[in-house]
Design a protein around this ligand. Sequence first.
Ligand code: ADP
Ligand code: MG
Length: 238
Amino acid sequence: MARIELKNVRKSFGGLEVIKGVDMRIEDGEFAVFVGPSGCGKSTLLRMIAGLETITSGSFVLDGREMNDVAPDRRGIAMVFQSYALYPHMTVAENMGFSLEVQGRPRADIRREVEAVAERLQLTPLLDRRPQELSGGQRQRVAIGRAIIKSPAVILFDEPLSNLDAGLRVQMRSELQTLHRTTRATIVYVTHDQVEAMTLADKIFVLKEGNVMQADHPIGLYDAPANAFVAQFIGSPR
Ligand code: ADP
Ligand code: MG
């Protein structure tokens, strides 16, 4: 059974259809990447999986169960945004522990979980700082910490590295690979950066104007692009 399945998913905003009948399967533990030019519908797809956007028609199935009408916080899915979306008035520790606090977990439990996640993400010395005192890379680590603290089965990333400088992007890429290896979570990752996609993905979905042009592992796409658009986007010589 696929971890995530989209079946003929469509999305319209007003009269404009921006997702045009997408089918996809993402297996348990896979690192899936959506690539495609700006405006092709990557964020909209991710937001529908997260439950932040309704699905106009078709279905989103998680572990065999249709989730279209399930509230975002009941999906077992966490999302990391490009803009970090941290709470400015809370410390790093409070930001990371917030979702556990909402669940009503005991203080001591929360502190233990926060410390464990901080250790993994090298955030221990920063636990009492506030987001505005941190660098971009540190903020993005806090956002990742906040996402993984509940051990979600699925983690969604929407262009998480695009606000970081080139050197830090390369470093964060390898941190994401470690995160994937150690959590074994299923990851759905959006980027418009081909190199990032080729480095990170088990499976890449190439999108254009609300359609999936091709879905394959990186080598498959590179060796046998389905059309000129995919070839050009992936940087394949064919
Ligand atoms: P990407 O993330 O690939 O850049 P998006 O999913 O953000 O693309 O957008 C896909 C299309 O949907 C774009 O044409 C965008 O303008 C449109 N769109 C996205 N969100 C909304 C919205 N809330 N209302 C109207 N149009 C939207
Ligand atoms: Mg986007």
